[in-house]
Design a binder for this molecule. Structure first.
Ligand SMILES: O=C(O)CCC(=O)C(=O)O
Length: 271
């Protein structure tokens, strides 16, 4: 699968891209794998708070092959370039609203999230909402849209009234967005199934490496000692390995950070 120049332009301008039906033919086994990861772990989601597993597709051999899927790989290559890095991802049973936020803010490097919603979701039933253009580094301190969490104080409106685009989706649709983009979700059920794949462009400079090492350090809160699972690495084809190698070379600081997190936190983070 190749993205068109127009799709790439859209993503660069607005910070997100939706590919309807990209996984339509695979959605049956993908959904089965999603459920199996949670049941393998013995997680009973009771709906009172978010349940999360990190890394996610890494937990089962067949699920790992999603990274090799021509549609998923083509999407990521199209937005980041051939030599992207795979940085893990999370699998979730979400409960309730997700308030406005971005996934950090990178002024160095290019960080992409690919999101898969496994149930039909609409504007007021938990689909992803985004503020187009809010990923732009040049607008960071010039446009108050990034302060959407303070909507009551700033604009006298609740968070779910902040002007945005609702990316309504059906199972099999795929949503990709820049980590810098402001996003949220409102009105979802207490068992909203969603998982993600995080990637970044291959690092070329020392500052890009440092940025990626900082991102990897963030994994400590999930009590993980390495970014990918053993099964993800052991079953990798040479093609998949191209997306793992640079991360493997730069995760040496993670075990000590995870050990520290285990002494400081009652349980792994839930987001
Ligand atoms: O679907 C949601 O509730 C929000 C997802 C999200 O914030 C994320 O994956 O970063």
């Amino acid at each position: 699968m190749e993205l068109s120049p127009e799709q790439r332009n859209f993503y660069n301008t607005f910070g997100y891209l939706v590919l309807p039906g990209l996984l339509r033919e695979a959605i049956g086994w993908v959904t089965d794998e999603f459920e199996a990861v949670f049941s393998d772990r013995g997680v009973q989601h009771d709906g009172s708070r978010r349940s999360v597993i990190v890394p996610f597709i890494d937990q089962r051999e067949r699920f790992c092959t999603l990274l090799d899927h021509p549609g998923v790989d083509g999407l990521i290559r199209g937005l980041l370039d051939e030599e992207y890095n795979y940085l893990g991802g999370d699998g979730n049973f979400y409960t309730g609203d997700t308030r406005w936020h971005s996934d950090g803010f990178h002024t160095i490097g290019h960080y992409l999230k690919v999101a898969f919603y496994l149930d039909p979701v609409a504007k007021d039933s938990g689909c992803l909402r985004v503020i187009p253009g809010s990923h732009r580094v040049d607008l960071y301190d010039k446009w108050d849209a990034r302060k959407a969490r303070e909507s009551e104080n700033l604009w006298g409106i609740s968070q779910n009234q902040v002007p945005s685009v609702a990316l309504e989706s059906q199972p099999g649709d795929v949503v990709a967005f820049n980590h810098n983009l402001m996003h949220a979700a409102f009105g979802g059920s207490t068992r909203r199934r969603m998982f993600t794949i995080n990637c970044c462009a291959r690092c070329e400079s020392d500052t890009e490496i440092q940025e990626m090492e900082n991102f990897i350090a963030g994994g400590a809160r999930f009590w993980i000692d390495q970014v990918h699972s053993e099964v993800m690495r052991r079953t990798a084809s040479p093609q998949r390995m191209r997306h793992l190698r640079q991360v493997i070379q730069h995760e040496g600081h993670l075990p000590a950070l995870a050990a520290k997190a285990r002494t400081e936190m009652a349980e792994p983070a839930r987001g």
